[in-house]
Design a protein around this ligand. Structure first.
Ligand code: ADP
Ligand code: MG
Length: 475
């Protein structure tokens, strides 16, 4: 057959494929393909990269098989050629098995996904039941709303999450920004939203991705010169969940590309859900324009659970695992392990493990012994008040002067040092630290930390003072 024929055949294939895919997916994965040859029912196509080839194989092989079967006939074969650099091609021979009869195999009989711009008229090319984009959402099936205990500490975030799941991109909570300290349930809640969306709208493309993973993927894409594929991939998502966005701090390239993806998705009425260990205003090392996007929707925080919620969480967990533990033991755990849910669960698990290993009953004594050990081993939380006391004590001044309006150098410096330690040794936000130390704003705290860091590097005596204070703080 002639080359012309090959191009014509591919054009026909594209028509069919286009009918069965969303525009973004089509443009990403099919528009760049170049037909090379058609010989004895075997069509050779050229693709831009190995990643590209693998992606096609993984996600669109069925669609391509059906298409070729239709255009070329039952003996159709497909061959790929991967472009490595402009002057060197690597042939990759892959033969696609065609379904043996006329109706496509392995196609679930589910209603066709509605597509953008699809008219009312029956579409001769559409394959009933073909779901165009199948992306594993990477959701943890355990992290559901049902398993997420509600309390004062999470009421707003939970309610907002639930609303978003019922109407993705249709509420004003876009993006939904969930923030809070480690172990307070950000990942769980973000996952629950994803699962709920899938339950409500099975056809929506949901993707959960950890910010670190996103970073690595992006670095790989940059190395392989695949940024466009990377961006297009993310542009296909209907509900994007990005966990722990604080990892983007100081990563300019990644922030830039995420900014682009964010804008695209937001403009196309897609839902974004972000989590972070800090409020948007306290996220350092982020581009201002990205931060301002984060503030477009709703920022809801998760706080440390109160006693009642801690008990509820423990009960839920024991009930789910089918274990019975006396109320007084649960109360003991809940009153001693207070600041995060992960530790709460961890304590319960250790207790169960101990009891099982030693074939002992779970008693209050066992719980007490174990918790005492755990509490001793975990670092004591240092408070801002304590830091102010130690710093002032070191410089022989009274704590009140830190909040005075004076510009005396020693006092300004003591205040800056206190802010520096509060930033490094507590989990408090810059705003909270500023408020507690001299009633300053978060920018002042940030400036203080920078100044102290500079002095540590340049001034030996200053560094000595700081080391001494740190020792005292840790005593
Ligand atoms: P984060 O992402 O904020 O660090 P995770 O979502 O990983 O925290 O939560 C830590 C653990 O605590 C998980 O096992 C999670 O299921 C559990 N958890 C957190 N909050 C709740 C809650 N409200 N109800 C039930 N379990 C919770
Ligand atoms: Mg997490």
């Amino acid at each position: 057959m002639t080359t012309k024929n090959c191009e014509e055949v591919w054009a026909k294939c594209l028509e069919i494929i286009q009918e069965n895919l969303q525009k973004a997916a089509f443009n990403t994965w099919f528009a760049p393909i170049v037909p090379v040859e058609l010989k004895d029912n075997q069509l050779t196509i050229q693709v831009p990269s190995t990643f590209f080839y693998e992606y096609l194989e993984e996600h669109y092989i069925e669609l391509m098989a059906m298409t070729l079967h239709r255009v070329i006939g039952p003996n159709a074969k497909l061959d790929y050629r991967v472009v490595v650099s402009s002057d060197q091609n690597i042939g990759k021979s892959v033969t696609v098995k065609m379904p043996s009869n006329d109706t496509p195999k392995n196609v679930p009989n589910i209603p066709k996904r509605p597509r953008l711009g699809e008219g009312e008229s029956p579409n001769p090319y559409a394959y009933p039941g073909y779901t165009p984009i199948q992306i594993d959402p990477h959701l943890n099936p355990e992290y559901t709303f049902d398993n997420f205990v509600e309390g004062e500490c999470n009421r707003l975030a939970r309610a907002a999450g639930f609303a978003v799941a019922g109407n993705p991109a249709g509420t004003s909570f876009n993006p939904l920004f969930i923030y809070g300290g480690s172990g307070l349930g950000k990942t769980h809640l973000a996952n629950a939203i994803g699962l709920e969306v899938k339950k409500n709208f099975p056809d929506k493309v949901v993707l959960y991705v950890d910010a670190n993973k996103f970073l690595t993927q992006y670095m790989q894409a940059t190395r392989d010169n695949n940024q466009t594929d990377f961006i297009h991939f993310y542009q296909m998502i209907d509900v994007l969940i990005l966990d722990d966005v604080q990892y983007f701090a100081d990563k300019e390239g990644t922030q830039k590309v995420f900014f682009q993806i964010f804008n695209y998705l937001h403009q196309h009425q897609k839902q974004l859900i972000l989590t972070s260990d800090k409020a948007p205003v306290d996220l350092n090392g982020m581009e201002e324009r990205l931060l301002s996007r984060f503030k477009w929707g709703l920022a809801a925080d998760l706080q440390e659970p109160d006693f009642e919620t801690r008990i509820k969480i423990l009960k839920r967990k024991t009930y789910k695992d089918g274990i019975e533990i006396k109320e007084e033991i649960l109360e003991y755990i809940a009153s001693h392990v207070t600041n995060n849910v992960r530790e709460l669960e961890g304590t319960l698990i250790s207790l169960l493990a101990q009891a099982t290993l030693n074939k002992k009953e779970i008693t209050l004594e066992l719980a007490k012994g174990m918790i005492d050990k755990l509490v001793k081993n975990t670092q004591r939380e240092i408070s801002i008040d304590y830091i102010q006391k130690v710093v002032c004590n070191y410089f022989s001044m009274s704590v009140d002067v830190l909040s005075s309006k004076t510009r005396k150098r020693e006092i300004v410096q003591a205040r800056q040092i206190a802010m520096y330690f509060a930033k490094n040794m507590t989990k408090c936000s810059l705003a909270v630290i500023g408020n507690a130390i001299g009633n300053k704003d978060h920018a002042t705290v940030l400036h203080a930390c920078k100044t102290v860091n500079n002095l540590i590097e340049t001034d030996k005596n200053f560094k000595h003072d700081l080391d001494e204070i740190e020792k005292r703080l840790k005593m």
